[in-house]
Design a protein around this ligand. Structure first.
Ligand code: AMP
Ligand code: GLY
Length: 436
């Protein structure tokens, strides 16, 4: 598996699956490839259309529709953004149709779609992770909770759009979470099995690893801001902003994480018989005892992608194509020493209820080092750009220092007109001088 093959010529037509900021950033990077492929997106968004991608209204979870679209349009390469089509076997179906795709098949996608599957793999290969037990019945789960005590973490096994993890501060909260999942059907089938794991403390970080069988390349470090409020307060979101590089991952820590986590993960996945070709996104808690795996995702991060891709000097299309064809070894990512920062502009109310359809006014021209990445936008019937989601835009800047990137991104955020916009003012603050 993944033996270096002869690399076929780069594709002349590419379909990007998804409709968020991550996928817009992918479209933007692929559009810059010297190969200049014809670009389609499904379902895409107005930002991707502005990059020249033809957006086709096929949903990211419509596997049959996507395969048909790829066939009809004679697509030579599919890049899958989100996790759901991966877990549903889109890449397997495309392979049957003879169309190569970046992203794992369903057996690899399961590492994100089942936390129990991942925990078993981590334990089997001795990769550091919190002790845990799995349950599908309430009584033994409650007994285990009492035995371990609080704080403790309850995880719905399956995909739950980032909401299936409860970090319970006391046993009452933990019991409620267990009952909600196992008896109350709160996450449907995703919560019919739960993982109960010890609560870890420390700083959180993540690494994006491009994997091709037993070969891998670690992408530049980045740091997300998951909470809605400044100072990391309030509820969790999909991510309110990112920066890269993340100094928290020192060269020593990078080395330790590579030795203790990345390499054994890639080897373990291959030893399980999974021919993984895609992104392994490893969530890590930096505990006092060392780095420990919280989870695997099997796709690029959003909004991590928005700051990582602009720092690559290589052809991103070639990188993804090589990973898909087992030809990753020796490829040079050409990571820039410049810093990138992305501020997510959300609809007021997010991650709770929010209004949609607010008209957005984008400043023009933008500074050359700033990009406005679309996430939840659409064009209304009068052709106006309007809000269409919780996370609306990601304003990304690239500069010689993180401070300059932050200044440029925030100056553009201020110029974006939208009645109900909200964004955190402290993206990157931990790594910047305190004056913002
Ligand atoms: P996950 O989807 O497994 O990454 O969990 C989502 C979030 O829950 C993580 O980003 C952490 O903030 C938190 N979390 C997950 N597992 C643990 C743990 N064992 N201890 C403490 N916090 C955790
Ligand atoms: N930003 C976190 C994620 O993509 O899951």
């Amino acid at each position: 598996m993944a033996e270096p093959d002869v690399l076929p010529p780069l594709p002349s037509s590419v379909l990007v699956v998804g409709s968020g900021g991550r996928e817009h950033a992918l479209v933007k990077a692929i559009a810059q490839s010297p190969r200049a492929p014809r670009l389609l997106a499904a379902p895409g968004n107005p930002g991707m259309a502005m990059e020249g991608a033809l957006c086709r209204a096929v949903a990211a979870d419509d596997i049959t529709g996507l395969v048909e679209l790829a066939r009809e349009e004679q697509i030579e390469f599919v890049v899958v953004g989100p996790e759901v089509p991966l877990a549903l076997g889109l890449v397997d179906q495309l392979a049957q149709a003879g169309i190569p795709a970046f992203g794992p098949k369903a057996d690899g996608g399961e590492l994100e779609a089942s936390k129990i599957r991942t925990k078993r793999l981590l334990q089997k290969y001795g990769i550091p992770t919190a002790p845990a037990a799995e349950f599908d019945e309430v009584a033994p789960a409650l007994a285990y909770l009492r035995e371990r005590g609080a704080p403790i973490v309850i995880k719905a096994d399956g995909l739950a759009a980032g909401k299936g993890v409860i970090v319970a501060g006391d046993l009452g909260e933990a019991e409620t979470a267990v009952r909600d999942m196992l008896e109350g059907n709160k996450f449907g089938a995703s919560g019919s099995r739960v993982l109960i794991e010890d609560c870890l403390t420390g700083d959180e970080t993540s690494l994006l690893v491009i994997v091709s069988g037993r070969d891998y390349l670690i992408l530049p470090t980045s740091q997300d801001h998951k909470r809605i409020g400044e100072g990391d307060t309030g509820p969790n979101t999909g991510g309110m902003g990112t920066y890269s590089p993340a100094d928290i991952v020192t060269p020593e820590l990078w080395h330790q994480i590579e030795q203790e986590i990345v390499r054994p993960s890639v080897e373990g996945i291959a030893d399980e018989g999974i021919d993984f070709r895609g992104t392994l996104f490893i969530g890590i808690m930096l505990t006092a005892e060392g780095p420990s795996v919280l989870e695997y995702n099997t796709r690029l991060g959003d909004p991590e992608t928005q700051v990582v891709l602009p720092r690559l000097g290589c052809d991103v299309l070639e990188l993804l194509w090589r990973a898909t064809h087992g030809c990753l070894r020796g490829f040079d990512l050409q990571v820039s020493t410049r810093s990138a920062l992305c501020v997510v502009i959300a609809s007021a109310g997010y991650p709770g209820a929010y209004a949609q359809g607010d008209v957005i006014g984008l400043p023009e021209p933008l500074p050359a080092n700033v990009a406005v990445i679309h996430a939840g936008t659409r064009c209304d019937d009068q052709g106006r750009l309007v809000t269409a989601g919780g996370r609306v835009l990601g304003v990304t800047a690239l500069a010689d220092s993180l401070q300059e990137a932050a200044d440029a991104a925030y100056a553009t955020c201020e110029r974006i007109e939208c009645v109900a916009k909200t964004y955190r003012r402290d993206i990157g603050a931990r790594q910047l001088r305190p004056a913002r």
